[in-house]
Design a protein around this ligand. Sequence first.
Ligand SMILES: NC(=O)c1ccc[n+]([C@@H]2O[C@H](COP(=O)([O-])OP(=O)(O)OC[C@H]3O[C@@H](n4cnc5c(N)ncnc54)[C@H](OP(=O)(O)O)[C@@H]3O)[C@@H](O)[C@H]2O)c1
Length: 338
Amino acid sequence: MTTSSPRTIVITGASAGIGRAAAQAFGRRGDRVVLLARGEAGLAAAAAEVEAAGGSALPIPTDVADAAAVDAAATRAEETFGPIDVWVNDAFTSVFAPFADISPEEFRRVTEVSYLGFVYGTMAALARMRTRGRGTIVQVGSALGVRAIPLQSAYCGAKHAINGFTESLRTELLHDHSDIHVTVVQMPALNTPQFSWVLSRLPRHPQPVPPIYQPEVAARAIVYAADHPRRKTYWVGASTAATIVGQHAVPALLDRYLAKTGFSSQQTGEAVGPDRPNNLWEPLDGVDGKDYGAHGIFDDRAWARSPQRWLAENARGWSLAAAGAALIACGAAAARYR
Ligand SMILES: NC(=O)c1ccc[n+]([C@@H]2O[C@H](COP(=O)([O-])OP(=O)(O)OC[C@H]3O[C@@H](n4cnc5c(N)ncnc54)[C@H](OP(=O)(O)O)[C@@H]3O)[C@@H](O)[C@H]2O)c1
């Protein structure tokens, strides 16, 4: 495991949102950052930010649903910057809609990008890391990969699947006493462009379920996980911890709670037409498109820090103790309400 910079870092979904913020964070450390996504306008702006921050950047337009393209990007990354030290899987898309309003083709596309994109990225990274016996893979996960919510069935399915295949891979690496590590960072709601460009069939503008954090909170957690990848999983944000603990304690109660609150909590009051442009099949930040950047439209409501993230990284015992206390509290609630 190499933790000293500069390192070669590959990030999928680096043209916007969390991936973009993570690219900036690695750039500030002087790392060599390979940026994968489809949108060339977004990639060019992300590359300029990495270089302005003191790193080196290589943008490679890539659709992560194409395994051969992801593998070719990995080859190009190593030809340009040398062995890949860290691979961050982040790229995703979704459809915000009731399950009945999603077509089979759309469900498949979300799965191919948001689940298989992580699988293909992991395969490309692992194939190269195995030849050297070292390397780190960081999966950008979500609290919704443990606890599903309404209106995001394809996405929640993909995020759950990422946890499953990663856990299996981790057991194989441990079995082999490998110095290749894979870790998952479970994220809370974040202020990123996804809510403005994901295909939505909701009547009102999609929003992350509050509390909302800024993408830099996620980026700091990704950099920390890349430096400390032996841990199986990281939880970012008190809302993520509460969601995961609550799901283990009272899953059926949460079903009913989310059935009541999950439709309204995922939409603002602003009406949106059914023909809003979306990035499911093609990027919106392509050559003739707009650069969306790391942040979404919720700057005025987003938190720039997460005390829970700090606690999880710096005082693991305390954070486990807090999780245990929360578990006991949820168990008591379950006994009352089930
Ligand atoms: N925002 C949240 O509330 C939140 C919460 C928990 C977890 N997460 C996780 O964080 C990660 C990033 O989410 P985000 O909110 O930052 O998303 P985002 O703002 O929508 O950005 C998504 C990134 O993925 C890229 N992408 C989309 N389709 C792609 C494809 N087919 N091939 C390659 N790249 C593709 C996009 O660029 P192009 O369109 O240019 O390709 C963009 O760079 C996801 O894994 C998500 O599950 C987000």
